[in-house]
Design a protein around this ligand. Structure first.
Ligand code: CP
Length: 318
């Protein structure tokens, strides 16, 4: 991999390769092995122009477990606040011989812009840009689904909530369809799940929660992304919960072994009841743990040392 910006256009075999490599890193992610030297001597800069808890910290931990040196640029206290352009910031970090930028930005396309302008061989990973793409989140979600369901064939997956503004949903839908699930359902009010999503995104749209939930194997809940909404009629949080919030009773409509997922941050009492978030079908915190192994896999595929990876995964070099 040169960069990891989007899942659009990637082959099923590559997505499966990332998941398989992440399996090889579970021991390191769970601290059975403290560190592997795959990225020793590499410098990874986290450039987060938008808030994050899970993504930024797991990227930092993953880089450290790969033995890289990590720079966390605090954008609010950086020279960006004095008017320095994004490109000048990049050039200055490149002068410090940074090998990889991990980028989160509120504008769709920001990670692609940085990848276009970064000096070769600097690699860029998209850690979430606007409404467009969040590829490592989708891959850690696929990892979690595969761990619980054994694969993707025949699965029906329901994504409930603000699909319209969700970069996570876009990347998840691409990954699920590429990996060959039977059906992806998008459930929510028409203002957040427009009917055109069927053709545009490759999903089956439901505006009725009960109909959409029937028999599904995986339920993915999404936050209402108020920061990306620009008017239009939207239900209040109270109305949203009444119509689309997941409760234990509504969960009973799904398959008996259905799992409940959420990329976080969750809003209890809006997307779901606390009893569901903390219930036995919830794999929400597993998603976070799996993020570490998946991010180690992606970073090492971009800038790691191949033979050392094989060693870490317990395989012999060819
Ligand atoms: N899922 C996710 O991107 O969470 P953060 O915003 O905390 O990184």
């Amino acid at each position: 991999l040169k960069h990891f910006l989007t899942l659009d256009g990637l082959e099923r075999s590559l997505l499966t390769d990332i998941l398989d490599r992440a399996e090889g890193f579970l021991g390191v992610a769970r601290q059975a092995v403290k560190k592997v030297p795959l990225c020793r001597g590499k410098i990874i800069a986290n450039l987060f122009f938008e808030t994050s808890t899970r993504t930024r910290t797991t990227f930092e931990l993953a880089a450290k477990r790969l033995s890289a040196d990590v720079l966390n640029l605090n954008i609010s206290t950086s020279a960006t606040a004095k008017g320095e352009t994004l490109l000048d910031t990049l050039r200055n970090l490149e002068a410090m011989h940074v090998d990889m930028f991990v980028v989160r930005h509120a504008d769709s396309g920001a990670a692609h812009f940085i990848a276009t302008h970064a000096a070769a061989p600097v690699a860029v990973i998209n850690a979430g840009d606007g409404c467009y793409s969040h590829p490592t989140q989708a891959m850690l979600d696929m990892f979690t689904i595969r761990a619980h369901k054994g694969g993707f064939e025949g699965l029906t997956v329901a994504i409930i909530g603000d699909v319209l503004h969700s970069r996570v949903a876009r990347s998840q839908i691409t990954a699920l369809n590429t990996l060959g699930v039977a059906e992806v359902r998008a459930i929510g009010p028409s203002t957040l799940v427009p009917a055109r999503s069927e053709e545009a995104l490759g999903v089956r749209v439901f505006h009725d929660l009960r109909a959409g939930l029937r028999g599904v194997d995986v339920i993915i809940l999404l936050r209402l992304q108020h920061e990306r909404m620009d008017g239009g009629f939207l239900p209040s949080e109270h109305e949203y919960f009444h119509l689309f919030g997941l409760t234990d009773k509504r969960l009973g409509l799904a398959a008996p072994d259905a799992i409940v997922m959420h990329p976080g941050p969750i809003n209890r009492g809006v997307e779901m009841d606390s009893s569901v978030a903390d219930g036995e079908r919830s794999v929400i915190l597993e998603q976070v743990s799996n993020g570490l192994a998946v991010r180690m896999a992606v970073m090492s595929m971009c800038i790691g040392t191949q033979n050392l990876w094989l060693h870490a995964a317990g395989q012999q070099p060819p």
